[in-house]
Design a protein around this ligand. Structure first.
Ligand code: PLP
Ligand code: LYS
Length: 422
């Protein structure tokens, strides 16, 4: 059976490969825990969006929170993508990776004045504003710099994305965006402020979405607003439909990016909005299945409950502990022995520190396992809990493998700390 990540991530000749590199050999060279990414999987995922949008004005803004490592950003910048950021730190990363500020959209419910100034000075393409109060602050900051901030209002369409409650963002009860019913007034307010220039509209209804209907419902709600806002004399140049497209972790069957985009374009055309520039903010669907987290089996603990203790933990991959998320786990060099059922857990002192439960695996201490679908929301959410240095990252491109992030050293972790004097 093919793995999520195929054809770039696959077993061949009894070994797991990422493109043309043997994962075990990478682990021998660089140690574990180790994140390994396929550059061509990332390129292909970006191309799927871009090809479906060819011939239409568009910009695919990679949501860098999914994986913000510089070489990943460089890959998407080279592919012609823009970026969706949520902090000044993310903006600094985009610029350090050679990204173009004029292709950056700045989202997030709580931007500081300093971040607003930084983004204005860099020349970002637009701010996705998430509240009326933020409009006033941004106008102030821009006017003080003698400029106008390009804005797009993030509208909360009150659509159920049918995903995990922690990653659903487009319902009334979520903290994100301006309520649909208040958006027209907010646009009027934005248009009246001296430091703002309205350029677009935005919505993002959640993450790991596996159905097309919530997107089409949200688009309809957004287009209703576009029509009302333009009738009020405020032109809207672009429509940003956000990110959120899901990937296959186990048996999910999300639509392909091209299928979703085809349906959205059809709806846009049918409603007479086909001329508008379309923006997307995909994160997970561009990188999720382009990476694995490689870990070594430390010890086996058979008993009533059978534990396979590995050297990666919740600090390296938080998704299982945080959302009870299922992540595929496969051996890097499958054994022919009979498989047994194991809970794959890390060394961190938390019962929530598990990577997979009740997995059928034939394993022995010293074996390497690969946790699949770890290109997104793995390293970017990693922490140093239990004073665990974060793992190294390797980018594979064909038969070449480059270290794109060195393994942290323990002394790096407390380098900024001080003992109290006296
Ligand atoms: C505003 C915004 N845009 C884009 C994304 C990217 O989402 P995903 O990784 O699900 O595509 C997120 C995260 O959910 C987000 O909050
Ligand atoms: N971190 C989440 C997704 C959150 C998306 C950010 N708005 C995950 O791992 O699934």
């Amino acid at each position: 059976m093919s793995l999520p990540g195929a054809p770039w991530i696959a077993h061949r000749d009894g070994e797991l490969f990422v493109e043309d590199c043997r994962v075990n050999a990478l682990a021998d060279e660089h140690g574990t825990p180790l994140y390994v990414y396929s550059r061509n999987a990332m390129r292909a995922a970006a191309a799927a969006y871009q090809q479906a949008l060819a011939g239409r004005p568009h910009l695919v803004c990679y949501a860098i929170k999914a994986n913000s490592s510089l070489a990943v950003l460089q890959t998407f910048a080279e592919a012609g993508c823009g970026f969706d950021i949520v902090s000044g730190g993310e903006l600094a990363r985009v610029l350090a990776a050679g990204g173009d500020a004029s292709k950056v959209v700045f989202s997030g419910v709580g931007k500081t004045r300093a971040e607003m100034r930084q983004a204005l000075q860099a020349g970002v393409r637009c701010f996705n504003v998430e509240s009326e109060a933020e409009l006033d602050v941004l106008s102030d900051v821009a006017a003080a710099l003698g400029t106008r901030a390009p804005v797009s209002l993030r509208v909360n369409p009150d659509v159920d994305a049918k995903t995990h409650p922690y990653i659903s963002t487009g319902l009334k009860g979520n903290k994100f965006g301006i309520a649909h019913g208040q958006a027209l007034a907010a646009y009027r307010h934005a248009a009246s402020l001296p430091g703002l220039q309205v350029v677009g509209i935005d919505c993002h209804i959640g993450s790991q979405i596996t159905e097309t209907a919530p997107y089409l419902d949200a688009l309809d709600r957004v287009l209703d607003l576009v029509e009302a806002v333009e009738q009020a004399g405020i032109p809207i140049r672009h429509v940003d439909v956000g990110g959120g497209l899901g990937i296959t972790y186990t048996d999910e069957q999300p639509p392909a990016a091209g299928t979703l985009i085809g349906l959205l374009l059809e709806r846009l055309d049918a409603r007479g909005h086909g001329h508008r520039e379309l923006l997307f903010e995909p994160g997970r669907s561009l990188v999720g299945n382009a990476g694995v987290l490689v870990t070594e089996v430390l010890v086996l603990k058979p008993g009533d409950k059978r534990f396979c203790i590995v050297d990666a933990a919740m600090n390296d991959l938080m998704r299982p502990a945080m959302y009870e998320a299922y992540m595929g786990i496969v051996p890097c060099r499958p054994r022919s022995d009979a498989a047994q059922v194991w809970d794959v857990v890390g060394p961190v002192c938390e019962s929530g520190d598990w990577l997979g439960r009740d997995r059928e695996l034939a394993v022995a201490p010293g074996d390497r396992l690969a946790v699949l679908s770890c290109g997104a929301y793995a390293m970017s959410m990693a922490s140093n809990y239990n004073t665990r240095p974060r793992g190294a990252e390797v980018m594979v491109d064909g038969s070449r493998a480059a270290v794109i992030r060195e393994r942290e050293r323990v002394q790096d972790l407390f380098a900024g700390e001080r003992l109290v004097a006296g």
